[in-house]
Every structure is written in structure tokens, then in C-alpha cells.
Design a protein around this ligand. Sequence first.
Ligand code: NAP
Ligand code: G4F
Length: 343
Amino acid sequence: MKNALVTGIAGQDGSYLAELLLEKGYNVYGIMRRKAVVDYGNVVHIKDKIHFIYADMTDVVSLINAMKISQADEVYNLAAQSFVTTSWEQPLATAQIDALGVANMLEAIRIVKPSCRFYQASTSEMFGLVQEIPQRETTPFYPRSPYGVAKVYGHWITKNYRESYGLFACSGILFNHESERRGKEFVTRKITDAVARIKQGVQDYIELGNMDSKRDWGHSKDYVYAMWLMLQQDKADDYVIATNETRTVREFLETAFAKVGISVEWTGFGVDEVGMDKETGKVIIKVNKKFFRPAEVDILLGNPEKAESVLGWKREISFDELVERMVKNDMELVKREIAYNNL
Ligand code: NAP
Ligand code: G4F
């Protein structure tokens, strides 16, 4: 039975990965930060099957302890301050966690159990102001946020420990992946939650920032499988994981509203643009400047050819199914919330 240690286990990806590792018969250890109120986040349904270790990416001692306790054969480093907007508000905390935190984890592995395999959660945000379309493993990085900059360090320190110490260390350059468990601050979940509320009459409209930026969106469940595959290979390497399809935030919005039978009609320009319910004429989408970013990543489109040919990875969940699942889930959650409030 192999031991796996997952940092960020209660986050979106951590929860799907924990389910996958349990299915595969691993002993699963998960790192969580101490909180005033205990919160198992997205792993509450499987909490009794996970060995939790309280640690923090910024505290190398706690990570050394986590390695000693878990004797991990595989470490999946998913912990991060993962919201791009927050990285402008907390650039140093983001760097401590997302950049130096990776070095801390690698050091803990090197000191305690160098035979342990390591996965680093790199990101398409590193491509930022894209130098090539579509982006692949060889595309130069040009990050556009403190988050992206910190992740570039995490990516290179992973490569460096592979080359310096011979660690089996891989980076997955994952493009945006969403799910029913996505945090509500991210645009996709913000939209599907609002669609459910607007449809059920408990919210009038949604306010968004740049609706013309393009993202390559997949489902988290497919993407964590790629992480696992990377650590099962004979040779450590880095891989792009993406769908090779890109869509605007506007297209995501239209698709999500269509799932509940609302078609959107657009009128106006720039910050005065609004989206209306075609049938009722009600304004359901507005633009708010506060959701624009100091620097934007306009287009992300990933080429996953290497992962497909070397790892045999293929995404299973289409864009339409992703939106369908998220809207359906939020319709149900909002329905329950309304019923509870009416008790
Ligand atoms: P997420 O839902 O935000 O989960 C991040 C997890 O990291 C949370 O459980 C969080 O715990 C934990 N964490 C934050 N700071 C920590 C610290 N100092 N010490 C220990 N744990 C800490 O993110 P996700 O969407 O699952 O993404 C997983 C990883 O993939 C992240 O590294 C992200 O940057 C990267 N990534 C994500 C995407 C995507 O589209 N989802 C794409 C590319 C790369 P708390 O609850 O305590 O904050
Ligand atoms: O959903 P987002 O906040 O995701 P973003 O910035 O692409 O970052 C996510 O994907 C990265 C991979 O590329 C991960 F590394 C990262 O951890 C995270 O998971 O924003 C997507 C797009 C942006 O262009 C943003 O400007 O949506 C645009 N947007 C427009 N209105 C909005 C909003 N984003 C948010 N969060 N909220 C809005 O109201």
C-alpha cells in the first residue's frame, strides 16, 4: 500500500485527488492549516478516510514533520493562495506560499525521503501575456500577476531540484479547471451560483469584470487524473494539461443561462454594457469596474498533445457537460437554501 501526501487537500483539486487515491488503495495523508473553526472543506464526505496533518507551506518544520509522519511515496503539492485577484492585495503572502512554499516542500522531501515522487501544481497563468497560441511546454513564460510570478518560481525550483538532486519531481502546467466544488470567487462558479439565484428569484443580476477574456476550461476530476499519471511514469517530466478549446467569459455566461432556459440579449458598450433576459427584458448582467484586474491575461489556450501521447491522458468531461454539472449543482444548493430559509 503506497502512502500519498496531499497539500491543499480540502481545496477543489485536493478533494478529487483524495477520492482518486483512496479508490486506488493509497493511504492518504492531507495537509491542512489550523483554523479557529475546524473546516474540512471539500473533503468533509471522506474525512474519516484521510489522515490529517496540521501544517503550513510557509513553515518548513511542519512540512518535515508531515514527511516524517506520512513517509510519503508521492507528494502532490496543491496548496496555494490560488485566487489571482488576491495576489495583488497580498503579494508577499502569495509569494511565501506559492513560491517559497514549494522550496520548503522540496527540502522536506530531500531531507526525509528523497525517493519520494513530487507533483507541483503549475499553472497556465505563467504564460500570461501569451508568447504563442496555443501554449505548450516550450512556450516562454510571461506572468501578469503576483500569483503568476510566484508560480514561475515554484515551477523552476521543481525543475531545479530534479536536475540538482535527481528528485522525481514533475510539474503539471494545468489550464483552468472548474467543478461543482470550485470556490465562488472564481468566475465560473460565481456565474453558475448567480444563474441559480436569478432563476429562482433570490437575486436580480450578476456584476462582472472583463467578459472578453478567454480561458481553456476543463473539469477538475479529469485534471487530477493527469497529476497521478505523471507520477506513475518511468521518467519525471513537465506536461501541459488543457482541452485545446478556448471560450470567453461571455460564452460561459450565455451557456450557463441557457441551461435554465434563459437567453441573453446584449446592449451597450464597455462598462455600460448590460445583458438582458430576452423574454422578460430584465437586466440580469452588469459590468462593474471593481472586477477588472490591474493586468489581464487575455487568452489562454493549451495544447495537451504531449500529455495525450506520453501519459495517454484524455479529458472526459466536455465544456457543455462542465457547465451543465455546475448549474445543476447550484440550482439544487440554492433550492435547499430557500427551503431552509422558509422553515
Ligand atoms: P483551492 O481550491 O484554492 O485550494 C487551495 C488549497 O490550498 C486550500 O485547501 C487552502 O487551504 C490550501 N492552502 C492555502 N495556503 C496554504 C498554506 N499556507 N499552507 C497550507 N495549505 C494552504 O485551489 P485549487 O483550484 O484546488 O487548485 C489547486 C492547485 O492548483 C493550486 O496550487 C492552484 O494554484 C493550482 N492551479 C489551479 C488551477 C485551477 O484552474 N483550479 C489551474 C492551475 C493551477 P485553506 O482553506 O486553509 O485556505
Ligand atoms: O475565474 P478566474 O478568477 O480565474 P483565473 O484568473 O483564470 O485563475 C484561475 O485559473 C488559473 C489557471 O490559468 C489558476 F492558476 C488560478 O489558480 C485560478 O484557478 O478569472 C477568469 C477570467 C479572468 O480573465 C477575469 O478577469 O474571468 C475574468 N472575470 C470577469 N469578471 C472575472 C470576473 N473573474 C472573477 N474571478 N470575478 C469576476 O467577477
